[in-house]
Design a protein around this ligand. Structure first.
Ligand code: UDP
Length: 235
């Protein structure tokens, strides 16, 4: 196994599947199955999940919700997704623990690094919910932060595209995929891999990122085994 402890970032949007909103249970169960398969191999798995399928602070502003409260709503949305994922994992007999960045027992336990590490070492999947707990951040930044804190070997960003391209491949057919790219090149080319705060945290703390297509069953196991799929971002 190339990676023994990972931080997997799943966007909220990817959970909505084709239905365009909320949680698609087929997609959720498919993700849970891929996660179970790597847990069986002994990989320690921390997961940060987004909330964009339910609420985003910034887009809430256009509906008259103030940013601070909108971001709190967004963080709560990530907790809803975390509970759904933990339930799907438990259905597959995978132990999963939800740790929240905002205190809200008994929905989840309040996050601390030692609690997360202990659970990972017991072989439990740790779902790190409510982002960083602070408004004006994103779950990408939450992933960088938690990935660094839990001393993950790599951050795996599961998306619907199979890596980072010179341009958006869904809009520009001439876009070319990178197999590897440095953080600096991501900045210089203005590529939208993650927000800049998240990318900078990974760069400064030497946490490599692999962007890969999580919607193809079996891809997660390939990535943790070191198969060269997706795009590796490194220093
Ligand atoms: N959010 C926040 N602080 C954080 C993480 C998330 O305020 O540390 C809020 C923010 O409003 C964001 C929403 O939660 O829009 C959902 O997270 P995100 O947009 O990152 O979800 P994704 O795009 O991955 O679905």
């Amino acid at each position: 196994m190339t990676y023994k402890r990972i931080l997997l970032k799943l966007s909220g949007e990817s959970l909505m599947g084709a239905q365009g909103h909320g949680i698609d249970t087929g997609r959720l169960n498919e993700y849970a199955t891929q996660i179970r398969d790597i847990v069986k191999l002994g990989v320690q798995v921390g997961i940060v999940i987004g909330g964009g399928n339910i609420f985003r602070g910034l887009s809430g502003m256009s509906k008259g919700v103030d940013r601070y409260k909108g971001d709190q709503m967004g963080m709560l949305a990530t907790v809803i997704n975390a509970l759904a994922l933990s339930s799907a994992l438990e259905d597959l007999d995978v132990k999963a623990r939800v740790l929240t960045a905002i205190r809200m027992e008994p929905v989840g336990e309040f996050y601390s690094k030692p609690k997360a590490i202990e659970a990972l070492e017991r072989g439990e999947v740790v779902i790190l919910a409510a982002g960083t707990g602070n408004p004006y951040f994103t779950t990408d930044t939450g992933s960088s932060l938690r990935g660094i804190e839990i001393e993950a070997d790599v951050m795996l960003k599961g998306t619907r595209v199979d890596g980072i391209y010179t341009a958006d491949p869904e809009k520009d057919p001439s876009a070319v995929k990178f197999d590897t790219i440095t953080y600096d090149e991501v900045y210089h080319r203005g590529l939208k891999v993650m927000d800049l705060t998240a990318t900078t945290m990974c760069k400064e703390n030497n946490l490599p990122i692999i962007v890969f297509d999580m919607d193809t069953p079996g891809n997660l196991i390939k990535v943790v085994k070191g198969e060269k799929i997706g795009t590796l971002v490194h220093n």
